[in-house]
Design a protein around this ligand. Structure first.
Ligand SMILES: *[C@@H]1O[C@H](CO)[C@@H](O)[C@H](O)[C@H]1NC(C)=O
Ligand SMILES: *[C@@H]1O[C@H](CO)[C@@H](O)[C@H](O)[C@H]1NC(C)=O
Length: 425
């Protein structure tokens, strides 16, 4: 055997192993990059499919000065009708009953500088939606990509409900949600109303938010909690900016599988052509300067059983069909009004995200944010002053609440705070 033969023989002997190794490397390289590209394109496809589900073909499109695109979508093509239970639903164009109240925003004189009726949505500057259409804030690709997953887009994280009097400290730490609220419980409620001061609180981190709202709650605080929520919010994650926006939320299983913000899932049926859920509210209040507020009324139509929502004194926005809920299909067992922020600072320090105006209740009108004309709807469909209004806050040194009542404002409270400060480190 020559040296040549020997070495080539050795080479030949080693060859299959080397070859296998080489092809293994090549294969894993190719499959790795292919898998990466596949999963990237799968995600792109998933996002696009979700956008197609959410963004219905518009009759007309309006560009808002704040960068939003408002699509005027035919009322019968809105996202609600993707719901299997709503296939043959006949739209109720108006509620059969409207609660009768003590206060009427148009009649009330407070002696303060208030121009509640001046409040509109920014996109109105550039047009109107035609009859038989509803305005829908278009969801952009970036909006969906900011959320943790396509499935979670437009949904609240679990367990963000303020639960007075039985605060589980672990829960506070776990969820990082903080509240300053007033509430009633222990009766059957068929709706709630309030006039809410509008501000633009500062948000420290994009994944935090600050909101001021009404909660209409049914059931225990377990896995089957029913909730209808409406108010204003600043949420950079959800909207991509720091604007104050009108919003709604609903869930029938404590924020798990059902429900969403605004029209970001099928459920709420909108009938109004002038107000877009999730659109910016303008103007907002300024410190020691002009104050603006919005009225929100949520009530149950005693005939059809649907839960309706009204914005201001003349915009009936639409309704949540009764079948979406279990407990709320009958009545609410608790009503809450107030603010909520998310504290997500990783280093143990408290967030400086503001609630309300970012000022404590002691400072009063023009400085601290308020809810006024707090009322509940009783079983006779009458608006009434709340009985035994309780208050709740997890950390009053960070965000606080103070109630009061007088002839002009009925039951009211000031609420909010700056978050991080020497007493809330
Ligand atoms: C929350 O967590 C922090 C740090 O882990 C801890 O120091 C604090 O005591 C906790 N607070 C409550 C209310 O459990
Ligand atoms: C929102 O406000 C924060 C500070 O409060 C700022 O850092 C951020 O750039 C703002 N985001 C946008 C989109 O304007």
């Amino acid at each position: 055997m020559s040296a040549d033969q020997f070495s080539s023989g050795r080479w030949r002997r080693r060859n299959p192993a080397r070859l296998v190794f080489f092809f293994l490397c090549l294969w894993s390289l190719i499959s790795f990059s292919l898998a990466g590209r596949l999963s990237a394109s799968r995600q792109k496809l998933e996002v696009q499919k979700h956008l197609n589900r959410l963004n219905k073909p518009p009759v007309k499109t309006i560009q808002s000065p704040d960068g939003d695109i408002i699509d005027c979508v035919h009322i019968s093509h809105q996202p609600a009708f993707d719901h299997p239970f709503l296939k043959d639903h006949k739209i109720q164009t108006r509620p059969s009953y409207h609660p009768v109240g003590l206060f009427d925003e148009n009649k009330i004189s407070t002696g303060h500088k208030e121009r509640a009726n001046d409040i509109t949505q920014l996109w109105h500057m550039n047009g109107k939606c035609p009859e038989d259409t509803i305005p829908i804030r278009r969801t952009k690709k970036e909006d969906v990509l900011r959320s943790s997953s396509v499935k979670r887009y437009g949904k609240k994280k679990h367990r963000s409900i303020p639960k007075p009097r039985s605060v589980d400290p672990d829960l506070i730490n776990q969820s990082g949600h903080q509240h300053a609220i007033a509430y009633v419980e222990g009766d059957k409620y068929y709706g709630a109303k309030a006039t809410i001061n509008v501000w633009e609180p500062k948000i420290q981190q994009p994944n935090e938010f600050s909101l001021s709202q009404i909660w209409v709650l049914g059931g225990s605080f377990g896995e089957d909690l029913n909730s209808i929520e409406a108010g204003w919010q600043v949420s950079p994650d959800l909207y991509g900016d720091n604007n104050t926006r009108l919003f709604t939320y609903w869930t029938s299983d404590a924020y798990q599988a059902t429900g969403c913000y605004n029209l970001l899932c099928s459920g709420f049926i909108q009938v109004n052509s002038e107000i877009a859920m999730g659109a910016s509210i303008s103007p907002v209040s300024a410190f020691r300067n002009s104050q603006y507020d919005i009225s929100i009324l949520v009530w149950k139509d005693p005939k059809e059983g649907n839960w309706w929502m009204q914005f201001g004194s003349n915009y009936v926005l639409g309704y949540w069909p009764s079948f979406l809920f279990s407990y709320l299909a009958d009545s609410a067992s608790m009503i809450e009004w107030g603010g909520e922020v998310v504290n997500s600072e990783p280093d143990g320090q408290h967030t400086s995200t503001q609630m309300g105006s970012g000022r404590f209740p002691e400072e009063g009108f023009g400085k601290s944010s308020y809810f006024r004309n707090i009322q509940v709807v009783d079983s006779s469909n009458n608006l009434k002053a709340p009985k035994d209004l309780g208050t709740f806050t997890e950390k009053s040194n960070c965000y606080d609440v103070q109630t009061g009542s007088n002839g002009d404002w009925g039951h009211y409270f000031y609420y909010g705070g700056p978050g991080r400060n020497p007493n809330c480190p």
